[in-house]
Every structure is written in C-alpha cells, then in structure tokens.
Design a protein. Structure first.
Length: 181
C-alpha cells in the first residue's frame, strides 16, 4: 500500500503532466528583436523597491529585490514593456520598463568591494578633467553618483554638494569612452 504524502502526490501529478505532453505554464523568454543591437544602454532604477523577475511578465517569480533608488543598470534586451537588465555585480533579470529612468548614475569602483571587508579603494574627484588637476575629494568604492556629462575619458559627476570630474574607467554605469551630454 502506498502512503500518499503531499510531496509524493505533487511528484506523481507532475510526472503525469509531463508524460501527457502538457505545455509548460511558463512562456519561453523571447529572443531579442531583429535589429536590436543598439538596445544595450545604461539607465537607473526609479524606485527604492524593484523586483527582478525570471522572465518578462508578472507571472514569472521574483528572483531578487533591488532596494536602492537611482542604482545604475544595463539594459540587455527588450520584450514589449519588459527590460532584461544587469546590475554591477552581474545579476540579470527582467523588470517592467516603467520602473526605469533615463537619469544617468554610476557606482564608483564597485568591483573593488569585497563582502565582509570595509571599502578601502577610492577614486579622486578632481576640479577639472585632467589627472594633474586639483583633487577636491576622495570618493569611496560603491558610492552612488549622478552623471552630469562624460567626454574624453572623464565624467563630470555630482554627489551631495560636491561636483567634479572622475576618470570614466572608475565608474560602472557608463560604457568606455561613451559621450554623455
């Protein structure tokens, strides 16, 4: 005699559905649209609570929740109103396009942050777009900044009451040598 535990019942029902060729309840994630090579771009999160989903729709489970307004993310592809994004740590998933802003932000040296260790790395904030210009502040790794403009390998940023220039290569949220005006 078989004892029908809830987990055994679910397993048998799942096996029966698969054997019968029942369609999956999840739709396949669509391929990128033709001619969508220019889709990769940086944007930022509009809200301090954005759910990252496993696919382009509310029927897909949330795999992560972002809790930082203004966090920069990279759009990888689009499907209707949904955007597949990647954050600075490489986490990828789908969000509704209404939760994204064209406001440009960046993280300073996020690749220098090690779990469980205090931030030691930093970037100098200069008063001009030259390495020989005066340093006006030191910005710690992981700091969220607003991008005002980028040109010739330097970005003019703002953080609190400070405005100045940081080497573009020290920011995550802009492509190398990307021109932002």
């Amino acid at each position: 005699m078989t004892l029908w535990t809830p987990s055994l019942l679910v397993t048998c029902l799942l096996a029966a559905c698969l054997a019968a060729g029942a369609p999956s309840t999840r739709a396949q994630v669509p391929a990128p649209a033709a001619g969508s090579g220019a889709l990769k771009r940086y944007v930022s999160l509009k809200s301090d609570r954005v759910q990252l989903r496993e696919g382009p729709g509310n029927e897909y489970p949330a795999s992560w929740v972002f809790k930082r307004t203004g966090l920069p993310v990279e759009i990888l592809r689009e499907h209707q109103v949904w955007r597949e994004i990647r954050d600075s740590s490489g986490t990828i998933g789908w969000v509704h396009g209404s939760l994204l802003s064209r406001r440009r932000t960046a993280l300073v040296l996020p690749w220098e942050i090690k779990d469980g260790e205090p931030a030691r790395a930093s970037a100098l904030l200069h008063d001009d777009d030259r390495e020989s210009s005066n340093a006006i502040a030191r910005v710690e790794a992981g700091t969220l900044v607003s991008i005002i403009s980028c040109e010739n390998g330097w970005c003019r940023i703002s953080i609190g009451d400070y405005r100045g220039f940081v080497e573009q290569s020290k920011l995550w949220g802009t492509s190398p040598n990307e021109l932002i005006k």
